[in-house]
Design a protein around this ligand. Structure first.
Ligand code: UVW
Length: 322
């Protein structure tokens, strides 16, 4: 990419011939590039397991000392205790005759307010969402390409981690720091890693990890998440490589804002047009440390978001087995 991107609309940026996978898996498809993860890909993931070490990638929900990290405008989860020993001690709940007590609680949260899978119809431009479904199928609930079909299917395959922060000798990439396709491939080469077709691509920036070490006001100042920057060759590479799933440790998986005013154009080019599943807001630091220690950057990746009907996203705790 030469020079800053100054397009002011997604249409202008992507043009009329941006690569798409619409129709590739039929007129009724709702899981897009996850279709690439067939049984052979599951076995390829299993074959990458060496030590049996397990890593969970979700950030915690509802830590009392630290509100959950969320995209500006969303609010962190609120967990409310609905029943506990205190209710009995205060006489607010009648004592059951058999002597049992219990605890209950509830959570109010954005479906995308934690580590999460985006539904393929979560983000669009023009009047169509993934696979050409009309944009008005999102009114009230996502009638097509909600997160439910992804949740019902599950996601299993070979994961490959590219540690961009480590490649640049940083703990964390800076606000608005871009990652081009060339940067990604150079970091993979420097790690000695080959990204193979149909790999689940996991990119570490250190961003979400830094949230837990940073004052909230500092974390949200000059808000522009680092990440992949749009280029036509990046989109073509995703399509040619048949990448089913992009996973990162940022809240929205890509560079947030562009000088011309664009926001999250890869949500449109990759998710809406190619059907690439987005897994956002992962905690990757411990996994990256383990990979750097024994220089093995590939593993079995498994995940299934919660089955929430009609939802534009759903929390998930991906599990990686090395
Ligand atoms: C936005 O929609 C802003 O981001 P995300 O995909 O993280 O939910």
């Amino acid at each position: 990419m030469s020079g800053p991107i100054t397009a002011t609309t997604i249409d202008e940026l992507l043009g009329s011939d941006s690569p798409t996978n619409w129709g590739k898996w039929g007129a009724d498809d709702e899981v897009g590039s996850l279709n690439y993860l067939d049984a052979a890909q599951v076995l390829r993931g299993v074959a990458a397991v060496r030590s049996g070490d397990v890593y969970t990638l979700q950030v915690p929900i509802g830590l009392p000392e630290c509100p959950d990290p969320v995209w500006p405008g969303r609010t962190p989860a609120i967990r409310t205790q609905v029943m506990d020993e205190g209710f009995f001690a205060r006489g607010e709940e009648p004592e059951p005759s058999d002597g049992h007590h219990w605890a209950d609680d509830k959570i109010e949260m954005f479906t995308q307010g934690s580590t999460q899978y985006d539904a393929l119809a979560h983000y669009w431009y023009g009047d169509q969402v993934w696979n050409g479904y009309p944009a008005d199928t999102t009114i009230g609930e996502l009638q097509r390409a909600s997160v439910l079909p992804i949740a019902e299917r599950g996601v299993v395959g070979r994961g490959v981690l590219i540690d961009m922060a480590r490649a640049r000798g940083k703990d964390v990439l800076g606000s608005g720091e871009p990652i081009s396709l060339a940067d990604l491939l150079a970091a993979a080469e420097a790690q000695g890693t080959t990204i193979e077709p149909r790999d689940i691509l996991i990119i570490r920036t250190g961003w979400v990890g830094s949230y837990y070490r940073t004052e909230s006001a500092d974390f949200y100042r000059d808000w522009n998440e680092p990440g992949l920057i749009y280029s036509r060759d990046l989109v073509e590479w995703f399509q040619t490589m048949e990448i089913p799933n992009l996973v990162t440790d940022t809240i929205a998986n890509e560079l947030s804002f562009y000088p011309g005013g664009l926001q999250l154009p890869l949500h449109c080019a990759l998710m809406r047009n190619l059907g690439v599943a987005f897994t956002e807001l992962c905690r990757l630091d411990d996994l990256a440390e383990a990979c750097a220690t024994d220089r093995r950057w590939t593993f079995l990746y498994t995940a299934a978001p919660l089955k929430i009907a009609g939802a534009s996203g759903a929390p998930v705790n991906p599990v990686v087995i090395r």
